[in-house]
Design a binder for this molecule. Structure first.
Ligand SMILES: NC(=O)c1ccc[n+]([C@@H]2O[C@H](COP(=O)([O-])OP(=O)(O)OC[C@H]3O[C@@H](n4cnc5c(N)ncnc54)[C@H](O)[C@@H]3O)[C@@H](O)[C@H]2O)c1
Length: 385
């Protein structure tokens, strides 16, 4: 009987045991079951600040060991890749230390709090020559990947408009504190910015991928609740994040972009939508119905022409041959499984899986220009890389 060839192990050290820690741990475990990968993920260590959390997470997800200090984890010589799932204020230090130790680095989005921090991180991974990737997972929702294929094949023709929104409603109460566990997103020192870095960063990454670079932007931002109790200091402190942001963009390809994000859209939990209007066809997508791609083709017979709702489950559609039979859909968590699988496939072939740190830095530069414009009301050019 022939034995299967053993795969090379890829020993993972995951830092952060929250929402994204779980999404990534799930991806490491699922990817090798559904994809034929050149590497076998080994869940070597989880790092959380408290021993109890780290130990419980290790038990739940099957990590071999638990750490409470990320620096110690990076020093370990039995770990190949460091995966950063902590709040944004620690991304730079962890990524640079990991790259200097020769580890591959995966980092949650946004890459950093500012473009300056992001630039240091790009320099560190490129100097060390280590594989790197940022978890802008929406690229790997099959319907979004299909949108990319349709656009690249020229079906939309010249693009006129790119429209995106990311709407939530969870910070409307002025009683909600800022800072600390669960609420670091409201604390500018930890998050860098509000909806711009947290939510619009996703919209911008998808837009850059689907529609190319942004040349210039003009934005308006608002902080509706000006002061909140800070959970760490125990004092009422000014709120320095943008609660809402809307911006206009001019793309390099001549199309116009409109982007909006807020955490004050009562009734919306995570309504990420985009629509692209081209000369020949349009595309639209909605995270709440993530397996469908809206498609309108002006070339259709005029009597039956209309918006199609394409259920992206057939085996010739992106990633879907890896899952169930046509007609059966998958979900949010699978975007992380796909991204991790692509990372391992890229390691095997020597081609980096996108977005790399350098790719994600372009999103940082757009965010930086948006925030600068929100502050002074002027148009801002997006800095080149
Ligand atoms: N790709 C996405 O769609 C997506 C979704 C949510 C969050 N994120 C990003 O993921 C990152 C984490 O967000 P989250 O929602 O998982 O946050 P979270 O608050 O749920 O989890 C953060 C975890 O990091 C841990 N942590 C903080 N400092 C640490 C340290 N010094 N050492 C070890 N652990 C530490 C916390 O204890 C917590 O377990 C952020 O950068 C966020 O922007 C991305």
């Amino acid at each position: 009987m022939t034995q299967p060839t053993p795969k090379k192990p890829l020993r993972i050290g995951l830092i952060g045991a929250g929402f994204m820690g779980r999404a990534h741990a799930n991806a490491y475990r699922r990817a090798p079951n559904f994809f034929d990968l050149p590497y076998e993920p080994v869940l070597k260590a989880i790092c959380a600040r408290s021993e109890g959390t780290a130990a419980a997470f290790a038990r739940q997800w099957g990590f071999e060991s638990a750490e409470t200090d990320w620096r110690r984890m990076i020093e370990r010589d039995d770990i190949d890749v460091i995966d950063i799932c902590t709040p944004n204020d620690s991304h730079r230090d962890i990524a640079i230390a990991a790259a200097e130790a020769g580890k591959m680095v995966l980092c949650e989005k946004p890459l950093a709090r500012t473009a300056a921090e992001g630039a240091e991180m790009v320099a560190a991974v490129e100097k060390a020559g280590v594989a790197n990737m940022v978890w802008y997972n929406y690229r790997r929702v099959p319907a979004v990947t299909l949108a990319k294929q349709l656009i690249d094949s020229g079906r939309l023709g010249r693009i006129y408009h790119y429209r995106a929104q990311f709407l939530q409603d969870w910070t409307i109460s002025s009683e909600l504190p800022q800072g600390g566990a669960g609420l670091w997103r409201l604390d500018a020192a930890a998050a860098g910015s509000g909806v711009t870095g947290d939510l619009l960063a996703h919209c911008i990454d998808t837009a850059l991928w689907l529609n190319g670079s942004v040349k210039k932007v003009t934005a308006m931002t608002e902080t509706f609740v000006k002061e909140r109790m800070h959970q760490i200091t125990g004092k009422v402190e000014p709120v320095k994040i943008d609660d809402a942001c809307a911006f206009l963009a001019r793309f390099e390809n001549g199309s116009l972009g409109t982007f909006e994000s807020t955490r004050y859209a009562r009734g919306h939990k995570a309504l990420y939508t985009f629509e692209i209007n081209g000369e020949k066809a349009s595309i639209k997508w909605d995270l709440h119905d993530l397996h469908r791609l809206g498609y309108f083709d002006h070339g259709d017979d005029s009597l039956t022409r209309g918006w199609r709702s394409v259920h992206v489950t057939d085996h010739d559609m992106p990633y879907m041959d890896k899952w169930w039979v046509p007609g059966l859909q998958i979900g949010y968590e699978h975007s992380f499984v796909h991204q991790f699988a692509d990372f391992l496939i890229g390691l095997g072939s020597g081609e980096s899986a996108a977005p790399t740190f350098r790719d994600a830095q372009e999103t940082q530069e757009v965010c930086e220009a948006v925030l600068a414009s929100g502050a002074d009301g002027q148009w801002h050019d997006v800095e080149g890389l």
